[in-house]
Design a protein around this ligand. Structure first.
Ligand code: C2E
Ligand code: MG
Ligand code: MG
Ligand code: MG
Length: 288
């Protein structure tokens, strides 16, 4: 075993500090769950043809009592490690489903489904599918009103996680592969797991540049169409990207261009009045 050496000592002290910070944050997560420091924001998923909102993705937000906003990219992994994601995830699922039920009751233009991210740890929790279908019943929602987003990595290992996905799918819940193309990508996964939607990762949408070209988004729309799946392009920030994706055959998209994640009370107002204008900016981008 390698011991000694100034570098190693400094490095492991750094790791210790990191582990301690993570542990503190993990304990704070627990308190915040009882104190109500979490909320859920909603980002529109639109039809690229007319920018009509067809769904919302629910995204959790944490306002730490001292540090303020902490990114889910930082705290979700910690909540997975200490197991709190199970309780937090159930709270997110219930909050999002209730919100959709409220919208469907109050808004004539209510979206038809809500998209909720679910982590590997949640999928491997015994009885997860039953908890989800219980929440749907409690909210008076049809199973098809829910899309569960899982990553390739979360289900790559097979086993219980896949069983949970299958159970949800049998119950009528739709399944999306999130950040598609960035994980343990195996196209074979699309044959063994019941998937309805491919969420094509932002990193591939980013490749659409001034020349209006992008190889991966082009390939993935063919895969998606060939397998009879719906494709949603993530992280669309410009009219040019929206226009190019639409021309490639993408029907659905999501990104700051169409709307940032917002509190429920603000997301209705966000349904862009100037939609036609937005889309016009994206037309004819390929010329000359
Ligand atoms: P994700 O599920 O792929 O969510 C999309 C992320 O991209 C969100 O970041 C969203 O705010 C951001 N985004 C959307 N459009 C754009 C855009 O046009 N430009 C840029 N730069 N970013 C855009 P967020 O909310 O920070 O979430 C990060 C990740 O954390 C999520 O990625 C998801 O993996 C995880 N996460 C967020 N909320 C939840 C949750 O409720 N449960 C679980 N298990 N994971 C969650
Ligand atoms: Mg997602
Ligand atoms: Mg994603
Ligand atoms: Mg992503």
């Amino acid at each position: 075993a390698k011991t000694g050496g100034g570098h190693l000592v400094v490095y492991s002290a750094g790791l210790d500090e990191q582990a301690e910070a993570a542990e503190r944050l993990g304990a704070d997560l627990r308190h915040s769950l009882t104190d109500g420091d979490f909320h859920v924001v909603y980002q529109p998923i639109v039809e690229l043809a007319d920018a009509r909102t067809v769904a919302y993705e629910a995204l959790v937000r944490w306002v730490h009592p001292v540090r303020g906003f902490v990114s889910p990219a930082d705290f979700i992994p910690i909540a997975e490690d200490n197991g709190l994601i199970v309780e937090l995830g159930e709270w997110i699922m219930r909050t999002a489903c209730r919100q959709l039920a409220d919208w469907q009751r109050d808004r004539p233009d209510a979206p038809s489904y809500i998209s909720v991210n679910v982590s590997a740890r949640q999928l491997s929790e015994p009885g997860f599918a039953e908890v989800v279908t219980g929440i749907l019943r409690e909210c008076g929602l049809e199973p098809r009103a829910l899309l569960v987003e899982v990553t390739e990595t979360a289900i790559f290992g097979g086993g219980v996680a896949i069983e949970a996905v299958e159970a949800l799918h049998r119950a009528g819940v739709s399944i999306a592969l999130d950040d598609f193309g960035t994980g343990h990508s195996s196209l074979g996964l699309l044959r063994t797991v019941p998937v309805d939607v491919l969420k094509v990762d932002k990193s591939f949408v980013d490749e659409i540049t001034g020349t209006g070209r992008a190889v991966i988004v082009d390939a993935l729309i063919h895969v998606s169409n060939g397998l009879g799946l719906r494709a949603v392009a993530e992280g669309i920030e410009t009219a040019e990207q929206a226009g190019y994706l639409r021309e490639l055959g993408y029907r659905y998209g999501q990104g700051y261009f169409f709307g940032k994640p917002a509190r429920a009370e603000d997301s209705a107002a966000q349904i862009v009045p100037a939609v036609g204008e937005l889309l016009d900016q994206g037309r004819g981008h390929q010329a000359p």
